[in-house]
Design a protein around this ligand. Structure first.
Ligand code: HMG
Ligand code: MG
Length: 312
């Protein structure tokens, strides 16, 4: 039977690096990371964020990063935009350098507690704000992706009502997002919870508009990815080396590692779409990148597959 295509959104350079506290990672390292990921076959690579540098200092150099990377044909380099100010900055950059990116991502949450911590407003206020951001971005020809955080559990409010997730996803789709990524921000979600959540969200929007974004704090990341695929989702966010965490989700670790997802799907009914030879994402190259970037950050990769392959 023909394989089902799975698209991976590589979030390492954004979600992966935004939480690094020790020191500001040089622009050249971020540029090198993104170029290496594109060479390994990644088709969508989140390049950074136009957020307040007071809130997330590590993303302050995103304009320079966008200017520094080599643009591989067919690869998308989305950036996060939280408000009009972030969009103004990006559009000004694009006026001078058209073609730096063709996509933004906007983000909100399923709980007011998380929205306040991450965006300094309620969910409703964020949706009102984002309406204008999405409209202006689309008028300028940008694609817009949406994120909903804390889809299973919130660090401030506990368990999330999945009906609320469905409503917020629907709002983002109605606003003009071409896809909404379901953020399991804390990384404690279990496969059966992810399954229930997705089934509830599917009552509001078609499953082709959804993506899965799983942090791996409790080690359920790959299982949650497989669950999302079984429930019809075909776009998965992951982070090379399992880097990352959200600064406003205390204790949460990185996203599920790209290495671990690519490995789990090899020889399966799913085909990871990529641009490298073989039209996929190259596992050995991704492992090397995870090892290299972890070393740059003074640690070892947390990807189980990377460790296992290196000790063979
Ligand atoms: P605020 O403090 O309410 O903003 O923050 P404000 O409008 O009152 O402005 C305060 C100051 O920030 C002003 O400067 C603004 O000019 C400046 P001052 O006058 O004090 O010098 N400012 C900006 N500067 C640069 N770029 C901007 C910008 N906006 C305002 N865009 C705000 C509100 C939304 C700005 C803030 O809360 C923020 O930046 N939040 C972003 C937090 C963030 O990036 N979190 C991580 C990404 S989301 C995530 O990781 C979850 C995800 O992975 C999915 C999942 O796992 O669930 C996507
Ligand atoms: Mg995240």
């Amino acid at each position: 039977a023909a394989k089902q295509d799975v698209r991976i959104v590589e979030v390492g350079p954004r979600d992966g690096l935004q939480n690094e506290k020790a020191s500001i990672i040089p622009v050249e390292v971020k540029v090198e990371l993104i170029n290496r990921l594109a060479r390994a076959g990644a088709m969508t690579i989140e390049a950074g964020s136009f957020v307040s540098p007071k809130w997330v200092p590590q993303m302050a150099g995103t304009a320079q990063v966008l200017q520094g990377i080599k643009k591989f044909p067919g690869v998308h380099y989305p950036v996060l935009v939280p408000n009009e100010r972030g969009l103004d900055d990006l559009l000004q950059l694009l006026d001078a350098n058209p073609g730096l990116t063709d996509e933004i991502a906007v983000f909100t949450a399923a709980s007011n507690g998380f929205a306040r911590a991450n965006l300094n407003c309620t969910v409703l206020e964020s949706l009102v704000r984002l309406g204008g951001v999405v409209r202006r971005a689309r008028e300028r020809g940008l694609r817009v992706r949406g994120y909903v955080s804390v889809v299973v559990e919130c660090p401030y409010e506990g368990r999330t009502g999945y009906g609320r997730v469905r409503e917020v996803v629907r709002e983002l789709v109605d606003m003009g997002c071409y896809e909404v990524s379901l953020g399991e921000t804390v990384g404690r979600g279990r496969p059966h919870q992810v399954a229930e959540m997705i089934e509830e969200v599917k009552k509001g929007v078609s499953v082709d508009l959804l993506a899965g974004h799983f942090h791996d704090t409790y080690g359920t990341g790959v299982a949650n990815v497989m669950t999302a695929l079984q429930h019809g989702i075909r776009t998965i966010d992951s982070s090379v080396g399992g880097l990352g965490g959200c600064p406003y989700s205390p204790g949460a670790t990185g996203n599920v590692a790209t290495e671990d997802v690519v490995y789990a799907l090899q020889e399966s009914p799913y085909h990871v779409v990529g641009s490298s030879s073989g039209n996929t994402i190259d596992l050995e190259q991704i492992c090397d990148i995870g090892w290299w970037i972890s070393e740059q950050l003074g640690r070892t990769s947390v990807s189980r597959v990377e460790r296992a392959m290196r000790s063979r």
